[in-house]
Structure formats: C-alpha cells, structure tokens
Ligand binder design. Sequence first.
Ligand code: PLP
Length: 413
Amino acid sequence: MQHSQAFSPRRVKNIRAFQGFAVSTAPQQMTFDFDTIIDRTGSDSRKWRKYAGQDTLPLWIADMDFAAPPAVVAALHRRVDHGVFGYGMPLPPLTRAVVDYCASHYGWKIEPSWLVWLPGLVTGLNLAAGAFGEKGDAILTCTPVYPPFTSAPKNMGREVIKVPLARRGSHYEFDWAALEQAVTPRTRLFFLCSPHNPVGRVFTRAELEQVAAFCERHNLILVSDEIHCDLILEAALPHVPTALLAPEIAAHTITLMAPSKTYNVPGLGASLAIIPDATRRMRFVRATAGIVAEVNNFGYVACEAAYRDCEPWRQALLAYLRGNRDFILDFVARELPGVRIEAPIEATYLAWLDVEKLGLAEPVKHFEQHGVGLSDGAMFGAKPGTHVRLNFGCTRATLAEALRRMKAALARA
Ligand SMILES: Cc1ncc(COP(=O)(O)O)c(C=O)c1O
C-alpha cells in the first residue's frame, strides 16, 4: 500500500532531526512543532517495529510520535556529555521539581519523604498488588481498563474482581450498585485509573469522593493511577488527585504518576509512587527489595526537566492534541458510519471506538489489513469484536491518513 500525499518523503525528517528543534531562548516566544513527521521506522520504537516492512500506521501502544520537549532533550544531552553513568539517585532539585509540580498544577502539597521512585508505573501496580494482603485476596477494578490493572493482581496470586463501568448518556460512570455487590470480605485494594484509559474520563471531585468513601467503607487501599493527569483536554474539567480529597483519604491512597505519557519519555522509565502513610510506604518499599531496579540516570534527568521546565511545551501539546481529538470526532461522525466514539474524550490521547455495528469478528485485523494498527478493545476487557482503541498522539497528517484508510477499510467491511 502506498503512502498518500501527506506522506511525501519530503515531509519526513530523519530521526536525528529533533536535535535541531526550532526553539527561541525567550520562553514567551517558544514555538513547538508537532507537525513534522519524525521517521521512527528505523528506531527502537516498539510501536513502529510491530509493523516493520509493512505500510501500516501504528496507532496502538500509548506513546506519541513527537520528540520530547526541547528542555528534556537538552538536559539529556548535558547528562550524556558528562560521560559517566554510574549508579544514580534522585537529587534534591529533582525532588523539588516533583513537589513544586504537584503544588503548582494541582494544589497538592506533598512531602519529599512520601516519594518512592520506580522504573515504571506498571511496576507500581504489581508492587501494590503484592505488598498488601495475602495470596487469594482480591483486588477490585472497573473495566474496560488498561490491561495491567487486571494482570497485576493475577501476577501476584490475587483474584481480580472486574466491575464494568456503566454507560449513562454519553458518559461512562462507576456502577455503585454493582460495586457494592461485587466487593468481598477478602477484597484489599481498589485499582482506579484517573483520568481513565481507555474511556478518557476525567472523574469529578464528587465521583472521586464516592470512590474514596466506598474504599473507606470496605477498608480498601486505593491505588490511584494518575499517569494521564497532565493530559486533560477539557480545560473546564480539572484533575483532582485522589489523595488531595482529604487527609484520611490520603492515608489510604497510593498515587502512581510519571512524566512518561505527557512528556513522551516512557522509554526512559521514571515513575513515582506517592504514599503519605509511613507504614504503608514501608510495606510497599519492602516489596521492592532486591527486585525493583533503580531508575536510570536518564530517567531522573528527564523527569526533572519535564516537571520543571516544560509547561509551555505541555500547553502547546494539549492544544495540538485537542485539535487531533476534534478532528477524529468530526471525521468519525461524518465519514465512518457504524463507528461510534463512546464518550467525549476529556483526557488522554486515546480514543475508545465502538465498532460493534460493523459486525467484524476481528476488527483489529481488518484495519491492519487496510494499513492501520489499533489496540484491541478485548485486551481492556471489552466484549471481543466490539471496541478498538486509537492513539492520536501523532501528527495531524498521520492521523488524517489513518482515518482515510479506516474509511477505505469500512467500504470493504
Ligand atoms: C493507565 C496507565 N498506567 C500505566 C501505564 C504504563 O506505565 P509505565 O510505562 O510507566 O509502566 C500506562 C501506559 O499506557 C497507562 O495508560
């Protein structure tokens, strides 16, 4: 299959091109380029390697096709130039960057001692699953949801109780009656994804208060994965850290966050668990002993620069992603009959598409055959054949071409 006009090689820059990113030194004059296509096909990208040698646009795994913010790239260059890559540790300026970020973005005052550094957020989910309770205990979560929410409990010998989110109008919401029915005396933890991957919800303060009250009532530790919190597309819907709701809620909460999604550095593996309660923190840390590797030198450097120096870049990114989101909404409504965007996509760069009406036994395979690689909704707990997830963290040209191919795929469904 040939690339369309949008994929003319003249528009494709070499992977090294981002080193010359156009950035002025005065922050107020910074401009950022999300339109230039950086060729990742020859790189170590898992996203692009999946379809190596095929003309398939990968819109599956959740990383973006954009270069990391210039300030992150510059900080990494400085670190590389140092030339010595011994065992690292988080230094006070990094901790300060995290503390200041949480305060300035969310009004959340955290103590440096609450931070536990991790090489990945999935590591944090698995650690939490194993650190509390015993084998045979249960962990509750709401589906559809990012697959490690359901695999981590199993990895740790825990039962996973899945309660479907309820569709109410154009929204997914928690199904309180079903949750009350599903919780058991052996349930120890609640895995919350806030904002939500894949349905794109930004939960309101009232909803989060209900989650917290439910956990308190059933004596559950609340594990709140907030990796997408800096990717809110609806300015009117602020992210509320679960642990900010009240000190007694914070005491039961393990917050997981990372700069990896927003600043597009997931390959550098720097994530955080924020655990205010000292006893729970100690248990969690004990579970890491001898197993969980230290964050690498570059992860720390990228995290510090991302949280301290990249707000103008993040704002520009959000504007671009909003444009992509609106583009998809419009295209799907006009050009893809039988495909439905389930919810408003309030956050993330992930669109959850209902394709059930197409009547395809294997929608992902069908779209792959027409040059678009999506994630299978069944991996997130949806009924097979009913949903796919589309990653729109890519250039508008890539997105437009992918949607054009999906339209062509529909004609042959
Ligand atoms: C909700 C959620 N948590 C965790 C992760 C992955 O985190 P990490 O790569 O740090 O393990 C993702 C990636 O898509 C995610 O969407």
